[in-house]
Design a protein around this ligand. Structure first.
Ligand SMILES: NC(=O)c1ccc[n+]([C@@H]2O[C@H](COP(=O)([O-])OP(=O)(O)OC[C@H]3O[C@@H](n4cnc5c(N)ncnc54)[C@H](OP(=O)(O)O)[C@@H]3O)[C@@H](O)[C@H]2O)c1
Length: 367
């Protein structure tokens, strides 16, 4: 019997890569449900190709179809490839229903880390990362206990502005921000990679996924995107996960973990062709939003939800041409400065913080 999979956000970059992986592994998995939001045409095409039992179009804030798709009894794995806070309810529902959630939708874990991890514990669900860095950590850990781990080192490509001056970055256009050097992804995460907000989100994600303190999560800039993460163990030994920059590998691993499946189509590592692998520290002056995100993580409670919500608004405004790139970090900073952090241990507290973060960011963006 093959394993039933729901793909939330099947019309997006992660969703399309997931369907490609599932196509190659049809002998092991079948698609039960697909969801999209605005791209009804592609969703219909996918539905014709896959003939799933359920298809949902989440329009106008309607999340019922996401929850329905994520909790069907014939589904064992839910790949959450939705962008932003909109993926939260479906993640919670799937975990409470005891499903494995292959999570690309990192915003969910950042805004509601305690609520999401508790839903997994209580419902018997399982969170498996799709993010390449966290998949790398999971692979390096190999099931070893937390007290063997000294430190996690996540890598960052540095995005398109790594070698620019802060003055030039502040005036970057939408086209320049969307021109990522190593990854082809959706628009929001591509902008997040240019501000390095994405890396701050990933630091918070690592804290919740692996139960490590923030001072145990370091980030190093590695422009070639070949090493995805390194785990340092308590005896000083380090293990790294190295592979070509493709999301198909971490998606497949999230589906099969802790097993591995042969995948002849996966690109093989050619170290000679890869050339020099280089590393450099993060320039905090060039990427101020990264520091804001780390600080929000360390502050805890509702601060990460504010950080995430304010960033979603700032990026939306930037992509609409209504906010200069250089204003993204100040807008996030203003929202965080005006928020009084509170516990984020209930869904209603998280949703209230999310709404407040959006309001504060809109006010800051318009001032
Ligand atoms: N792309 C990558 O390589 C990559 C790598 C690591 C992590 N991630 C994470 O994966 C997530 C998805 O990224 P992406 O690059 O795949 O984004 P994307 O290409 O923009 O796709 C987003 C998907 O979410 C759907 N969606 C958007 N708003 C929605 C809403 N309100 N309710 C329900 N569905 C909604 C979209 O549907 P329509 O297209 O039909 O509107 C689309 O299917 C993000 O959290 C990102 O950080 C992505």
């Amino acid at each position: 019997m093959t394993i039933g999979v729901t793909v939330l956000g099947s019309t997006g970059s992660i969703g399309r890569a997931t369907l490609e992986v599932l196509r190659r592994h049809r002998d092991r998995f079948h698609v039960v449900a697909l969801t999209g939001a605005t791209n009804a045409e592609l969703l219909a095409e996918q539905a014709r190709a896959w003939r799933p039992a359920y298809v949902g179009l989440a329009q106008g804030g309607n999340t019922d179809c996401l929850v329905e798709a994520a909790t069907r009894p014939d589904v064992r794995i839910v790949v959450n490839g939705i962008v932003g806070a909109a993926g939260l309810e479906a993640t919670l529902a799937a975990l409470r229903a005891g499903k494995r959630v292959a999570l690309a939708n990192k915003e969910t874990l950042v805004m509601a880390g305690d609520v999401v991890t508790r839903a997994a514990r209580e419902g018997g669900g399982e969170l498996v990362p799709v993010d390449s860095e966290h998949s790398a950590v999971l692979q390096c850990l190999g099931g070893r206990p937390p007290d063997h781990v000294a430190r996690l080192i996540l890598t960052a490509s540095g995005g398109p502005f790594r070698t620019w001056t802060p003055e030039r970055v502040a005036r970057a256009t939408v086209a320049e921000a969307l021109n990522h050097p190593t990854w082809r992804m959706g628009r929001k995460i591509t902008v997040d990679s240019a501000t390095l907000v994405n890396k701050a989100l990933e630091v918070i994600e690592a804290h919740f996924l692996f139960g490590v303190r923030y001072d145990q999560v370091d980030v190093v800039v590695h422009p070639q995107s070949m090493i995805h993460a390194i785990v340092e163990f308590v005896d000083g030994s380090t293990l790294a996960q190295v592979s070509a920059p493709t999301m198909e590998l971490p998606i497949l691993y999230a589906l099969t973990h802790p097993e591995r499946r042969p995948d002849a189509a996966a690109p093989r590592l050619d170290l000679v062709a890869a050339g020099a692998l280089t590393f450099e520290p993060i320039d905090f002056a060039l990427f101020p939003a990264y520091g804001l995100g780390r600080a929000a993580g360390e502050a805890g409670g509702t601060a990460p939800a504010i950080f995430n919500a304010a960033n979603e608004i700032a990026v939306e405004r930037f992509l609409e041409g209504a906010l200069p790139f250089g204003r993204i970090a100040p807008v996030i900073g203003a929202a965080l400065a005006r928020h009084v952090a509170a516990p984020a241990d209930t869904l209603s507290a998280v949703l209230a913080a999310d709404a407040e973060g959006r309001r504060l960011a809109l006010e800051a963006a318009c001032s």
